[in-house]
Design a protein around this ligand. Structure first.
Ligand SMILES: [Zn+2]
Length: 390
């Protein structure tokens, strides 16, 4: 293998090599070349020395690790009724954050203006110079076209189709860094994977909030599909609800029957006020019996569709996340998922509630940014660049 500084950095970042000796062994590079690569990465503060590995006497090799304080990331998650904005270190640990009520139906300008203002006030509040920011990541509750990084006909985000989110934020903010856009379920799946399931080579997360979406992580990477549509299960048509009109305009979609929005509508008909997935989540937390019954029933419908997903990708872990994630939802999903799937597809499947809540999306978006900004190719380009003069 040809191991430039970027490849050496990758080995250290993912913990596949922890010392100079490991690097020599893994790459086959000479001791001198390894020393040069490591020195360049240390000088750029991309890695740091972290004490010793073996306290067993004799020579103690210095342990090398990714310097998660090299710079910071701005990560934001846009939900239908509110947005969460955070400054994080490169491991996704929150330095400071803000939650603001912003409705996606008010359109991209209003929401992105609010987010840009919040980012500026977070930078100010934490005394962070804009030059410390290495990238911005933002997740949205709709599909993202992987070629353009723009929303791709998002059913619950009127006015956002093909909107240049990255360009808007770059223009609005005093930072000139990559802005990456990702689907919210994908970001949550990646966040949960990065923290609790790094050993799982195939993980799916279904997010049930106002809408329904699935994020799929295969071998540590989000699987987006050709048009960013992978996992967008909310608009799969159910056979037995031909009359129910969905927000996307079609009839009989899973989301029209089993989403937070659909449950909120049914609750409203019963005289219980609710309009979003978040409202339903609050009722569930209070133990509202009708909300629990309807959520359990929704879980059963989601389990039917997830049976196909599980048979298709055979994941090791299926996480149930989003505002409606609750024991009512989980038990409903299990009731239909298992009998409708082949035993082989579920015998090693762990179906459980996601544990990180809203933070999963923040950590996932940090990871998306770090994977891009600190990719081995980007590191090689950065370290081969002559230092700017003056
Ligand atoms: Zn639909």
């Amino acid at each position: 293998m040809t191991a430039g500084p970027g490849e050496v950095f990758d080995l250290i970042r993912y913990g596949r090599a922890r010392t100079r000796g490991d690097l020599q062994e893994v790459t086959g590079l000479s001791r001198m070349t390894v020393a040069q690569r490591v020195d360049a990465l240390l000088a750029a503060a991309l890695i740091r020395e972290a004490g010793t590995d073996r306290p067993s006497g004799g020579r103690r090799p210095t342990r090398l690790e990714f310097n998660i304080e090299h710079s910071i990331v701005v990560a934001a998650t846009v939900d239908t009724t509110h947005s969460h904005i955070a400054l994080t270190d490169l491991a996704g640990r929150i330095i400071d954050d803000d939650s603001i009520d912003l409705a996606v139906i008010d359109g991209p300008e209003k929401v992105l203006h609010g987010i840009a203002e919040s980012i500026e006030s977070l930078l100010e509040r934490t005394d962070t110079p804009p030059s410390r920011v290495s990238g911005i990541g933002i997740s949205i509750p709709g599909p993202v076209d992987p070629r353009t990084s723009r929303p791709s006909q998002p059913p619950i985000m009127p006015g956002w189709d093909a909107y240049p989110i990255a360009e808007y934020l770059r223009d609005a903010l005093p930072v000139s860094v990559p802005v990456l856009v990702e689907n919210d379920a994908n970001a949550m799946a990646l966040g949960e994977h990065s923290v609790g399931f790094t050993d799982c080579s195939s993980l799916a997360l279904v997010k049930i909030s106002t809408g329904i979406g699935t994020g799929i992580v295969i071998n540590g990477r989000v699987y987006q599909g050709i048009d960013g549509g992978a996992g967008d299960i909310g608009h799969v048509r159910l056979g037995d609800h031909p009359d129910v009109v969905c927000q996307c305009g079609a009839r009989g979609c899973l989301a029209a029957v089993a989403s937070g929005r659909a449950i909120a509508q049914k609750l409203t008909e019963l005289g219980i006020e609710a309009s979003s997935g978040r409202d339903v989540g609050e009722l569930l937390a209070k133990g509202n019996v009708e909300a629990m019954r309807l959520t359990h029933e929704a879980g059963r419908r989601i389990g039917e569709v997830m049976a196909t997903v599980v048979c298709l990708i055979n994941p090791g872990v299926l996480l149930i996340g989003g505002a409606l994630a609750s024991s009512s939802l989980l038990s409903g999903v299990r009731e239909t998922l298992y009998p409708m799937s082949l035993p082989r597809a579920t015998r090693n499947l762990d179906v459980r509630l996601a544990t990180m809540g809203d933070k999963a999306g923040i950590i996932g978006m940090t990871r998306v940014v770090v994977d891009e900004v600190f990719a081995s190719k980007a590191i090689n380009a950065r370290l081969n660049e002559p230092e700017p003069v003056g």
